[in-house]
Design a protein around this ligand. Structure first.
Ligand code: NAI
Length: 327
């Protein structure tokens, strides 16, 4: 294949990294016509583990994989990056206050945003996976004044895919038959998975399921799925998160099929979401840019839930602004 892209993955030695790197290198993310140069960023203590993953990447003999570099330098990791997957983050540990968590992540995503600004390719596209993903994306964007802010996105595709899966199970159909599902707001328990405009096999979903199921089962199941996976698996979602990251970047770079999907993007004020917040919306991609799907009716049931999640995003933004993390 003629052209190569540089893909930077942070937190490469973590469990999402391990599920993600092999799929990127196989061509699942950027298609069969793009060779891949991987750059893996880790903290010094985990560089050796990332080097171990690099050994295994070599052992796969992927035809599309040109090179793998491992580093603990953000400047080196983001040098020439076309796609940056920001997975590494500071997890919340027992007894940690929310402000401490936001501050710790500000200490990661501010400098990484700056390094992207100074070293990445002009066309760089950034997906933030590490939590709190929406607000980490906001922090990174604030430190990259030369990068258009619409290049910074946060991952809500896992929530979107979970919604498709739950609905398909309920209806006994394939996820492929479902269109028009949206996840709104924050990647947190306040998110709103919305079936108002969904169809399955061309039939409106609200005519196929009752409101009690949507309110009492579907919405909480999707919003709390991460906790369910932790309880059953004994550790947090990893392969499904990696798969969602692949979906997000593939659709962004190569374009979405007819149906829309969900992604955390910088709000332009659409649907009453304050401009500048990184919030999940219904989106389509064409020409390498996400566009927010316009003109959807928002009934009161949806309005209330969108507003609740957006209020949480505003509170997170205000907290990091107070900590001086927005520059
Ligand atoms: P993990 O703890 O297994 O791996 C995280 C890795 O990041 C570690 O290897 C750590 O050394 C590295 N890291 C920490 N600080 C770093 C820095 N400054 N630069 C580079 N690397 C750094 O965690 P896991 O399971 O891979 O999850 C990663 C993140 O993804 C977490 O924040 C998690 O909450 C989030 N997540 C987000 C989802 C979403 O839907 N948006 C879904 C699932 C997880």
């Amino acid at each position: 294949p003629p052209h190569a892209m540089t893909v930077t993955v942070t937190g490469a030695a973590g469990q999402i990294g391990y599920a993600l790197l092999f799929r990127i290198a196989s061509g699942a993310m950027l298609g069969p016509d793009t060779r891949i140069r991987l750059k893996l960023l880790e903290i010094p203590a985990a560089v050796r583990a990332a080097e171990g993953t690099a050994l295994e990447l070599a052992d796969c003999a992927f035809p599309l994989l040109d090179s793998v570099d491992v580093t603990d330098s953000a400047a080196a990791a983001f040098d020439g990056a076309h796609v940056a997957l920001l997975v590494g983050a500071r997890p919340r540990t027992a007894g940690m206050e929310r402000a401490d968590l936001l501050a710790a992540n500000g200490g990661i995503f501010g400098p990484q945003g700056r390094a992207i600004n100074d070293h990445a390719a002009d066309s760089v596209r950034i997906l933030v996976v590490g939590n709190p993903a929406n607000t980490n994306a906001l922090i990174a964007a604030a430190h990259a004044p030369d990068v258009p802010s619409d290049r910074f996105t946060a991952m809500t595709r896992l929530d979107h895919n979970r919604a498709l899966a739950q609905l398909a199970i309920k209806l006994g159909c394939r996820t492929e038959e479902i269109e028009g599902v949206t996840v709104w707001g924050n990647h947190s328990a306040s998110q709103y998975p919305d079936l108002t405009h969904a169809t399955a096999g061309g039939q409106p979903v609200p005519s196929l399921v009752d409101e009690e199921w949507i309110e009492g089962d579907f919405i909480p199941r999707v919003a709390k799925r991460g906790a369910e996976v932790i309880e059953v698996r004994g550790s947090s979602s990893a392969a499904s998160a990696a798969s969602a990251a692949i979906d997000h970047v593939r659709d962004w770079v190569l374009g979405t099929p007819d149906r829309w999907t969900s992604a955390g993007v910088v709000s332009d004020g659409s649907y009453g979401v304050p401009e500048g917040l990184v919030s999940s919306f219904p989106v389509r991609s064409s020409g390498g840019a996400w566009e927010i799907v316009q003109g959807l009716e928002v009934p009161p049931f949806s309005r209330e839930r969108i507003d609740t999640s957006v209020a949480e995003l505003e509170a997170e933004r205000d907290a990091v602004r107070e900590l001086g993390l927005l520059g």
